[in-house]
Design a protein around this ligand. Structure first.
Ligand code: KIV
Length: 263
């Protein structure tokens, strides 16, 4: 059965932990969907992980739509969350709605955007139009230029500001909030204060759900990775080994073998 916002509300109530993973293509989306991953985020991290940009900032609406559509074509039951890229929602609530609508039209079941109180008006507008909205607080990569080298957000009194942002997003109608790179105690504090689900990435074990970037989880991203990354596979080594075996087979005349040939 397709995952909906009602499922997240139920998991929150039952204190049932859940996961989200990023996905950028139809094949991976199908694998993750069939593995039972309930939420697939077509993150603007597609910029760093697929398109070769240095950050998420260059990602365009056109690119976001292409990758969201691909993931939506691969997913059956998972909720597909499309990411609103930098510059697509900040100017006005009307523009945010217009761009969110474009993601929904290509198959997103929900959209994500960064920022708390500053994004609340846009969130309300999209929610009123029937689009489920996921917030994103803490280290928000689209603001990397403003953060400088400081990754961990919300230490000290800044924690109260982040809590106020989270409450504003809830009040505006968000159904969930990603919390990125904040102290574990703050992750738990915000989670306990909210009725909607939180999804942590570097926010400690106290959030309702956890999200990882698929290329980090699979061990495709080169070192150094952030402290919160746990690798569950070593695909860099697996891919390199497979490619080298192919090259060796060809060099030694073992490939193509008779069973690979047409007659
Ligand atoms: O774009 C992305 O992958 C994200 C996750 C880090 C939550 O926003």
């Amino acid at each position: 059965m397709p995952v909906t916002v009602a499922d997240l509300a139920a998991w929150k109530q039952r204190r049932e932990r859940f996961v989200m993973l990023t996905a950028y293509d139809a094949l991976t989306a199908r694998v993750l969907d069939e593995a039972g991953i309930p939420l697939l985020l077509v993150g603007d991290s597609v910029g760093n992980n697929v398109l070769g940009y240095d950050s998420t900032i260059p990602v365009s609406m056109r690119e976001s739509r292409i990758f969201t559509a691909a993931v939506a074509r691969g997913a059956r039951n998972a909720m597909v969350v499309g990411d609103l890229p930098f510059g697509s929602y900040q100017a006005s609530a009307a523009e945010a709605l217009r761009n969110a609508t474009r993601l929904v039209k290509v198959g997103a079941n929900a959209v994500k955007l960064e920022g708390g109180r500053r994004s609340a008006k846009a969130v309300r507008r999209m929610v009123e139009a029937g689009i489920p909205v996921m917030g994103h607080l803490g280290f928000t990569p689209q603001s990397a230029n403003a953060f400088g080298r400081k990754v961990v957000q919300g230490r000290g009194e800044q924690g109260d500001e982040l809590l106020a942002d989270a409450l504003a997003l809830q009040e505006a109608g968000s159904f969930s909030i990603v919390l990125e790179a904040i102290p574990a105690e703050l992750g738990a504090r915000i989670t306990d204060a909210l009725e909607i689900a939180t999804i942590g990435i570097g926010a400690g074990p106290g959030t309702d759900g956890q999200v990882l970037v698929i290329t980090d989880l699979l061990g495709l991203t080169p070192d150094p990775t952030p402290r919160f990354v746990k690798r569950y596979a070593d695909l860099r080594a697996t891919i390199a080994e497979a490619a080298n075996r192919f090259a060796k087979d060809v060099a030694e005349g073992h490939y193509p073998a008779p069973e690979h040939q047409y007659h």
